[in-house]
Design a binder for this molecule. Sequence first.
Ligand code: GLN
Length: 548
Amino acid sequence: MTKYIFVTGGVTSSLGKGIIAASLAKLLQARGFKVTIQKFDPYLNVDPGTLNPYEHGECYVTDDGAETDLDLGHYERFLNTPTSQANNVTTGRIYQTVINKERSGDYLGKTVQVIPHITDEIKRRVQLLGHNNEYDIVITELGGTVGDIESLPYLESLRQLRWELGKDNCLVIHLTLIPYLNAAKELKTKPTQHSVKELLNTGIQPDVLVCRTEHPITMDIRRKLALFCNVDVGSVIEAIDADSIYGVPIKMLKENLDTTVISKLRLQDKKEPDLKAWKTFLNKLRNPSKEINIGLVGKYNELQDAYKSIHEAFVHGGAVNECKVQVTPIHSEKVEELDNDRLAALLSKFDGILVAPGFGERGIEGKIRSIKVVRENNIPFFGICLGMQCAAVEFARNVAGIEGASSTEVEPDTANPIIDLMPDQKGVTKKGGTMRLGAYACDLRRKSRASGAYGKLKISERHRHRYEFNNAYKESFEKLGLVASGVNPDTGLVEIIELKGHPYFVATQFHPELKSTVENPHPLFVAFVEACLEHKQQRQKLEMEKVS
Ligand code: GLN
């Protein structure tokens, strides 16, 4: 029978429930259990696809085309297994399902209410992934903080499930903060006590407390928390700040979070956790012998989470190369204020430039101008989604000499739509879930940078965009050196472009960053880091020659 673990949060938001859930899942997986993680978000959007990155950080996309919370990215990066539509549910989706059923007459004659209709739908969704016994354990992360009004139906569902499934099959982990008061030089347990009381008000007694802290928590504090929160001392787990999110599973192992959970759920402990690959990665991550600095040209730079998967893919791609990858944000709108010389001087300081995905007009000319500089100055370049579209437009304007070349996303009436909507997108007016989403096949060209990096000719990558490269320009661009090295076998859509004769100039219509994991760093990120290292070496050599 599938066992269910819930992770709730208390005291403040941003304590890292996703990382704790993913770390526990990693440890259980390393012991041989089949585990998945899902996230329930208490907001009313049906999915985060329509949210601005400033509101919500990056929108993560699964193989089956779900637009989801960025925590699903952590789940995949830690577990190295794909998630799906079922792994992220919002209040909006719950209500939508219930209201649609009401309209179809499923509840005919009945008053439809939060309890039991909404809570029943939450319970059904919680157990969806467990139904065909594919998993030994399903971990459910509840978004928000205990005490939020929006969380109440979720907590009530959790309380009911716990009752129905029984203590041995359902467990609650509460993640809280133990603040340190510098003036008193003391860690304080009171906020955690209050948070547990809040949870008790909803009828839920947490089984395990995971305590985020900046300083080690002593045995005295553990005993105090145990006594006032009704948990065993052994179930008070210290989650001290880690140097990297990837160090957290090891910290949780030392704190016995996995064995505590295994014994409480009366699971058959299978074996010692096999964390060899994980530890090898950590070792490389912590002991880099080289360093590069990459400029990330984007417009959502104020919020790190907006490009979460790109940052993490650089961590993975850097670690295999034993290279620390410094990523420096470059604001595409600020770029627009610089003249060409200044811009070239700025970008030349970097070992490589990545032009980020994005939507809309703002900052787009800055991206296009940055690409001109990296193309002309042989600086390694990696373009993703909008970054690839900008590369095609730049090439059209400055190499193919097509004046006014543009994308119809920013210039709907352009005479030269290098990037355009395909017929199937033209009539689309609704914004939610209507882009080209999820995994699509791609055939790679032999002897291209792309096939060299992947080491194969058939790949599948995830998409999230409406606009495409316009194939009317393909042939003439190829003659001029911009080749389509990745093409969708079913539609002929261009998925990767690369520039011949440039040290490294590769851009993808898909989002490679979404599939990079600790154990499978993405080949295009690995190859880009290598190219940047090479570029750095060349540059240093030239500088040395100049000096001597
Ligand atoms: N705005 C572009 C499109 O919709 C690119 C999207 C993206 O970068 N994810 O096609």
